[in-house]
Write a protein that binds this ligand. Structure first.
Ligand SMILES: CC(C)(COP(=O)(O)OP(=O)(O)OC[C@H]1O[C@@H](n2cnc3c(N)ncnc32)[C@H](O)[C@@H]1OP(=O)(O)O)[C@@H](O)C(=O)NCCC(=O)NCCS
Length: 169
């Protein structure tokens, strides 16, 4: 019997063996991510794993191709505000270009927000480009305020200040 889409695309936590399954190449579709050696990957994986549930990287593996085709991460910030409350920060969400439009991005976001809520976060936030505003709205986020970056002075390559939308769940 053929597996349903739901069974085919399960979200799970990143594993050490995922480097060989194209995890770094997937991140390269999101932003600059130079080649990472096996040793660098193992060291960073161990650092992150030592944070336990306070830092989770979620992935979806395509069991036909054996490739990682979607990922996203959540970091749990511990505060003094709000009675020593916690805030979940979602980062590094990307779906392989050949697998977009199949609800995989939404699955990753749902997994990350559920994790943050289960950790007791009173809010879950993220920043994104305006191009992805509708995607995050469909995932239950709403735009709130703007995100500010420090102005960097680089004569060769000046970076213009551009406020980004800031989303809350
Ligand atoms: C943005 C991204 C993660 C969306 O992943 P995806 O798997 O294609 O999205 P989904 O299939 O889960 O889409 C969920 C819903 O959002 C909509 N949607 C997805 N991307 C959208 C976009 N850019 N603009 C408008 N709507 C969008 C889908 O149509 C779908 O709507 P529906 O539920 O009514 O059918 C993916 O396009 C991507 O990896 N882009 C490049 C990297 C990137 O920009 N990452 C975000 C960093 S903040």
């Amino acid at each position: 019997m053929e597996a349903s889409e739901e069974q085919k695309y399960q979200v799970r936590k990143l594993e050490m063996s995922d480097k060989a399954k194209g995890f770094i190449e997937l991140l390269q579709q999101l932003s600059v991510c130079d080649s990472v050696s096996d040793k660098e990957f193992q060291d960073r994986f161990r650092d992150l794993t030592s944070l336990g549930d306070d830092h989770v990287i979620a992935v979806i593996e395509d069991h036909v191709s054996g490739k990682i085709i979607a990922t996203g991460s959540v970091f749990i910030e511990k505060k003094f505000l709000r009675n020593c409350g916690k805030v979940g920060h979602i980062e590094d969400v990307v779906v392989d270009s050949s697998a977009r439009g199949k609800q995989l991005g939404k699955k990753i976001i749902n997994f990350l927000t559920d994790h943050a809520r289960s950790m007791g976060c009173y809010k879950v936030i993220l920043d994104c480009s305006l191009d992805n505003k509708l995607f995050y709205e469909k995932c239950g986020f709403k735009q709130k305020e703007i995100h500010m970056n420090p102005v960097t002075r680089r004569l060769q390559n000046p970076v213009k200040f551009s406020p980004q939308p800031h989303f809350i769940h």
